[in-house]
Ligand binder design. Structure first.
Ligand code: ADP
Ligand code: MG
Length: 326
């Protein structure tokens, strides 16, 4: 029998929901793409426990990648809202200047009246630039600038640090998490976005161009003193890994040498939710990618990681989605 490359986790606290047996996943490979055949998936939020917050607050996390289009903004929206649903107060900063789109993903685009630039210029107060999500009031969005505008002279890492300090000392209390959606590339916008952060989530897809950029970014983050770097491997297709047309998660981990926060499958629901301005993790019933984002958020809170291992075994013995646990 041909051997199969799979990946799995030793992360036991978040198991694949029982309603979604591995057998179902194997026998219904088009499960994700065929809503009519989808059996309800239960969210990890039904677990009767809140994740334990590790580390000092506010945790200032930059979501970065180097390469564009790998899923930074998707990760910021979904991990950020998952953290809010776990009960933590979250401020998400869209530091992608000319190509800002976190507001679109969150469906908050019509409510952004002021940005950080106006705050810094003294044209408005910080609380006027913070957009509170109506679904989860402990989630707020802060945009650096208006879409398609250029970064004003003098707005750099120091200005963002000043804003983060202002968030820490605001009257209603410091947020638990400040999540910064970083622009692609490694130029001034990237440097600005990483300046206030003390930890990073590196998002990559399992392809060599994204990996080369991710490796370069890891080096730059370390030079900047950010040592706590975890990675999310996004848009993973198990059918392609099986056919050896895509790198396995273990291959990615071996190349980058970073601990693994989450593995997100390729899921057409991500694109649907992006276009609707309704983040995936709010979907009912949740989708596989939504669950994977929730689990990544859980690990982020607890400063936990998952393990990718190469399993050489007969295909029928393990589910393709074994990275979800168990
Ligand atoms: P970035 O912020 O890194 O430029 P985005 O988060 O904007 O990337 O994602 C780029 C595109 O990829 C979007 O259209 C998004 O819907 C899509 N995408 C991201 N993650 C997934 C996924 N797991 N499955 C399918 N599409 C995805
Ligand atoms: Mg983006």
């Amino acid at each position: 029998m041909a051997s199969l490359r799979l990946f799995s986790t030793n992360h036991q606290s978040l198991l694949l929901p029982s309603s979604l047996s591995q057998k179902t996943l194997i026998s219904s490979p088009r499960f994700v793409n065929n809503p009519s055949r989808r059996s309800p998936i239960r969210s990890v939020l039904q677990f009767n426990r809140k994740p334990e917050l590790a580390g000092e607050t506010p945790r200032i996390v930059v979501i970065t990648s180097g390469k564009g289009g790998v899923g930074k903004t998707t990760t910021t929206a979904n991990v950020g809202l998952s953290l809010a649903r776990y009960g933590f107060s979250v401020v998400a900063i869209d530091a992608d200047l000319g190509l800002r789109n976190l507001d679109l993903l969150l469906g908050l685009e019509n409510r952004v009246n002021y940005t950080c630039v106006e705050v810094i210029n003294g044209d408005c107060r910080l609380d006027q630039a913070l957009v509170r999500d109506k679904r989860w009031s402990n989630f707020e969005l802060l945009c650096i600038s208006k879409p398609r505008s250029k970064l004003p002279m003098g707005f750099g890492g120091k200005a963002l640090e000043w804003l983060v300090d202002a968030l820490k000392t605001r009257p209603e209390g410091s947020p638990d998490f400040i999540i910064i959606d970083c622009p692609a590339g490694i130029d001034a916008g990237f440097i600005t976005a990483i300046t206030p952060a003390n930890e990073a989530v590196l998002v990559t897809t399992p392809d060599i161009t994204a990996l080369r950029d991710a490796d370069r970014v890891t080096g730059l983050l370390e030079c900047d003193g950010i040592r706590d770097i975890k990675m999310i491997v996004n848009r993973v297709r198990t059918d392609m890994i099986k056919g050896e047309d895509m790198m396995s998660v273990l291959d990615v981990q071996e190349m980058l040498g970073l601990s693994l926060l989450g593995v997100i499958p390729e899921d057409s629901e991500v694109i649907r939710s992006t276009n609707r301005g309704f983040p995936l993790v709010l979907n009912k019933p949740p989708t596989l990618a939504g669950l994977a984002f929730e689990q990544a958020a859980w690990r982020l809170v607890e400063q936990d990681s998952m393990k990718a291992v190469m399993v050489e075994e007969e295909p029928k013995k393990r589910g393709f989605f074994s990275f979800f646990g168990g």
